[in-house]
Design a protein around this ligand. Structure first.
Ligand code: UTP
Length: 295
């Protein structure tokens, strides 16, 4: 049985990069092929053994709550009409009774602030944080890989991937002391360094396993990059007492918080589907061939 039972899903951000769609639809409800982003994150958490799901939400995110509720009328209609495959598609939206909690973030003061609001529901145990914007495609869920590694490497653990040096200013970057296989012991964490100042190209992406001491740190940090309470600043403050390990997960990460990343993920996940692959790849081939020159 896993020692990580609870996961926090910060979903209170405004999603301005997807306006106007996100004017009325939460970003996490945008569908990647036919499943909303949040479903990918919840499925990954379930596969890692998570039993309690804590959403940090905000005004306008009601569709997320309804999505994980039962839809009695719809289900009755599908049952009566013998639509078994449509009913089966709803399977992943069902949550065990009492497994889901919602905490409201009244002000979008940053990711660190959002995580801090889950303190009462987490209590005194290590827990996971998943950012649904980061969708990871691979043979095994990134969180499952991290939970297994955390069993023997306690302390804070962050998912990492190698990025081009020119991109370091978009990420939290680890200052690495030692590496061992997929693990990197950090001696520092720097939020969004300029490429020339970045201590490495080992970038943090949206999966974390955090020790409960993070809540004291989150209560004591001030605004960081962008004027927001940054989760990486709190992790960094705990470095000496708790330790921070980067875990270079196996898999391909898509930044679905950006339109470019979202479109790429849509194509990649659609091509993975046997029912879509053939026609879609033909369509893409036709579109991406060099255009013939006009005579
Ligand atoms: P982003 O930096 O992508 O911000 O947040 P955003 O508001 O969602 O999107 P843009 O930049 O306006 O397009 C990263 C993650 O942190 C959560 C977001 O919901 C997302 O999962 N978050 C961010 C919060 O829950 N609260 C905050 O105050 C900020």
């Amino acid at each position: 049985m896993t020692h990580i039972r609870k996961a926090v899903f910060p979903v209170a951000g405004m999603g301005t990069r997807f306006l106007p769609a996100t004017k009325t639809i939460p970003k996490e409800m945008l569908p990647l092929v036919d499943r909303p982003l949040i479903q990918y994150a919840v499925d990954e958490a379930r596969a890692a053994g998570i039993e309690e799901f804590i959403f940090v939400t905000a005004a306008g995110k009601g569709a997320l709550e309804d999505y994980f509720d039962t839809a009695a009328a719809l289900e009755q209609r599908l049952t009566a009409n013998g639509k078994t495959s449509a009913l089966a598609a709803l399977e992943g939206t069902r949550m065990a009774e009492g497994a889901l909690s919602f905490v409201r973030q009244n002000n979008p003061l940053g990711l660190g602030h959002a995580v801090r609001l889950a303190k009462r529901l987490i209590g005194n145990e290590p827990f996971a944080v998943l950012l649904p914007d980061d969708v990871i495609r691979g043979p095994q869920g990134a969180l499952s890989q991290m939970v297994a590694a955390h069993a023997s490497h306690r302390g804070h653990m962050v998912a990492t991937m190698d990025v081009p040096r020119a991109a370091t200013s978009s990420y939290g970057i680890l200052d690495v002391d030692q590496t061992k296989g997929r693990l990197a012991l950090a001696r520092g964490v720097v939020e969004k360094p300029r490429p020339e100042n970045a201590p490495s190209t080992n970038a943090i992406v949206g999966r974390y396993i955090l020790e409960p001491s993070i809540f004291d740190r989150l209560a004591n940090i001030g605004p960081g990059a962008g004027g927001e309470l940054q989760l990486t600043d709190a992790i960094s403050a705990d470095l000496k007492s708790v330790g921070v390990t980067g875990y270079r997960f196996e898999g391909e990460r898509f930044d679905c918080g950006s339109v470019q990343g979202f479109v790429q993920a849509t194509v990649a996940f659609a091509l993975d589907r046997t029912d879509l692959h053939g026609e879609l790849s033909g369509f893409l081939d036709g579109r991406t061939k060099p255009m013939a020159c006009a005579a």
